[in-house]
Write a protein that binds this ligand. Structure first.
Ligand code: SF4
Length: 147
């Protein structure tokens, strides 16, 4: 029986990769380079924008969720969809896009090539090309039994 360490290490690496890409893109924009850095990001985030699992949180609000669930976050890191869904908030000042289901910061997650939506709305690059369209039920986030 494995300890699950491999999954946790991979999850940490994905978080680092997504945030490094995000930072690199911001630096490039600051020096006037508007080249599209990761072409599939906009398509992924567009799907998230139409999804019932999207929530808007500030860094402080997200940190509050992590702190309140610290033990489970450490235990389940790499499989955070096992935790209860985060609260749904509308867009507000200073808030960024997070997934209530996988608990990820979406602008970073969307920049990692092999990352997947926990509800199958985008699964790497190939599925995007096939243009999988979520059902209305999926769109409202009603098929997961977790609210
Ligand atoms: S469930 Fe998928 S589409 Fe919905 S917000 Fe999360 S990552 Fe985005």
């Amino acid at each position: 029986m494995g300890c699950g360490c491999g999954k946790k290490v991979k999850a940490v690496m994905d978080v680092v990769e997504g945030n490094v890409k995000l930072l690199e893109e911001k630096v490039r924009q600051m020096v006037g380079d508007e080249t599209e850095y990761v072409p599939y990001v906009a398509q992924r985030l567009e799907r998230c924008l139409g999804c019932g699992q999207l929530t808007w949180m500030t860094v402080g609000e997200y940190a509050g969720f992590l702190m309140a669930n610290a033990v489970d976050v450490v235990k389940e890191f790499g499989e955070l969809e096992k935790l209860p869904n985060m609260t749904r908030f509308e867009k507000h000042d200073g808030a960024g896009m997070y997934c209530r289901r996988c608990k990820c910061y979406l602008p970073a997650k969307a920049r990692v090539k092999d990352m997947e939506c926990p509800m199958g709305r985008w699964i790497g690059i190939k599925v995007l090309e096939e243009n999988k369209v979520p059902t209305e039920k999926e769109n409202k986030g009603e098929n997961n039994g977790k609210g």
